[in-house]
Design a protein around this ligand. Structure first.
Ligand SMILES: [Zn+2]
Ligand SMILES: [Zn+2]
Length: 222
């Protein structure tokens, strides 16, 4: 097994380096994932430009990346439903399992949550822009091997969009306006289409994303 991983590591504003990190033996109850593909989130860009995202300040080297897919290369202990060789989409959130929110089965709101590639906690939780990284089995969602890694890596931002559409209630046949045609907005547009909405209008302040929205089937752009 590899004794090291190479990772896109942020040392400060616009100081991103490909660095070799030693890999400890896989801890019990964890799986090791070989990087397949990763999406670059707006928060990754904020970290890159300013070494911070909002209140989260990078105070020690941080491996970026939280929209990741890959292949399981090692399993330590029980990992129900997962095998070495499986392709997985990785949920970047690692929840505690025992706080009030977790016990309500709302682990996405966990009070002690760790998030891959985020400076929200110190020490920071390292991200997935690494040739190999470790995750809990619960973070790993198996995808069919014929799904491209690039598509599987979109599972995380797509989850945001599916949640947004679910929050909107019954949209079947209803006309919608979507504000913002970035990746999340465009995925939300596609999710709303799948939900059977009526006419779709997309608003943005920039021309390029609006052109993308039209290519993806927006009825009108503003
Ligand atoms: Zn993100
Ligand atoms: Zn919790």
């Amino acid at each position: 097994m590899n004794a090291h991983a190479i990772a896109a590591t942020l040392f400060g504003p616009q100081d991103l380096r490909i660095v070799e990190h030693p890999l400890a033996p896989l801890a019990p109850g964890m799986v090791r994932v070989r990087f397949g593909a990763g999406g670059i989130c707006g928060s990754d860009l904020h970290y890159f430009r300013h070494a911070r995202t909002g209140d989260y300040v990078v105070t020690s080297p941080l491996v970026l990346g939280h929209e990741i897919s890959g292949e399981i290369v090692e399993i330590s202990g029980a990992a129900p439903g997962l095998s070495v060789g499986d392709h997985v989409a990785v949920n970047p959130s690692r929840w505690c399992g025992h706080c009030a929110r977790c016990l309500e089965r709302r682990a996405n709101l966990c009070e002690n949550i760790y998030f891959m590639g985020s400076a929200s906690k110190t020490p920071h939780m390292q991200g997935g822009f690494a040739s190999l990284f470790d995750a809990t089995p619960a973070q790993c969602f198996k995808v069919p091997p014929d799904v491209a890694y690039q598509a599987a890596a979109l599972a995380e931002p797509l989850a945001v969009s599916l949640h947004a559409v679910a929050r909107a209630g019954d949209i079947a046949g209803r006309n919608l306006i979507l504000f913002g045609a970035g990746p999340i907005g465009l995925l939300t547009m596609l999710a709303a289409r799948l939900g059977g909405c009526g006419e779709l209008t997309v608003a943005d302040i920039a021309a390029a994303p609006l052109a993308f929205a039209r290519r993806l089937g927006a009825d009108r752009t503003i």
